[in-house]
Design a protein around this ligand. Structure first.
Ligand SMILES: [Zn+2]
Length: 187
């Protein structure tokens, strides 16, 4: 399976739309990822852990809307277009730069969680379960703590990327990011 790297240096084509399937409550993912996510949600439940999908596939058009709305908001607050763009880009991925745009990533939380996702998520039984088990279903913690200089993204204990079980097992064992793994394997 091809293992795409998606970030601000490696944008998806503007018209990219993956083949989607449902995962939970109307949220969708690319169909290989979706099948594994559904299995993972069921397996967690069998262990008494309820996983809630907080965000999954987001279209590039949606991402564009989000991005430009944010720029407009900053401009209306008095920033120059350049300042508004830079500040927006710090918090919102460029259209096509998000793994969510490929349907390969999901943000996961607990049913009890309220409000925005924060690092506190790492103190939940859901995070503990995901840390021990996500790789068995092909998912990796994509933006680990202490690897921000490599991924370019702050620690996100809620963001899981589908890579398949074989790659996920290797990545967990080697304790590397996807960037490092792809360098090691030249794939
Ligand atoms: Zn995410």
């Amino acid at each position: 399976m091809k293992l795409p790297l998606i970030n601000s240096d490696n944008l998806l084509p503007e018209n990219y739309v993956p083949c989607l399937e449902q995962v939970q409550d109307g949220y969708e993912m690319e169909y290989h990822a979706a099948r594994c996510m559904r299995k993972m949600i069921c397996a967690a439940l069998q262990n008494g852990i309820r996983l809630r999908v907080y965000s999954a596939y987001r279209s590039i058009d949606y991402q564009k809307g989000l991005f430009s709305q944010n720029i407009q908001r900053y401009i209306s607050q008095g920033m120059t277009p350049d300042e508004a763009f830079k500040l927006t880009a710090r918090y919102i991925a460029l259209p096509g730069a998000s793994e969510h745009n490929a349907g390969l990533a999901a943000d996961i939380t607990s049913p009890e969680w309220e409000g925005e996702l924060t690092e506190e998520f790492e103190n939940t039984p859901q995070f503990k379960w995901l840390s021990n088990n996500a790789h068995r279903f092909g998912f990796i913690l994509r933006y680990p703590r202490g690897k921000e200089n490599i991924t370019g993204i702050g620690y996100e204990p809620w963001h899981y990327r589908f890579v398949n079980c074989v790659h996920a097992g290797h990545i967990k064992k080697l304790r590397v990011t996807l960037e490092e793994y792809l360098m090691l394997h030249n794939c």
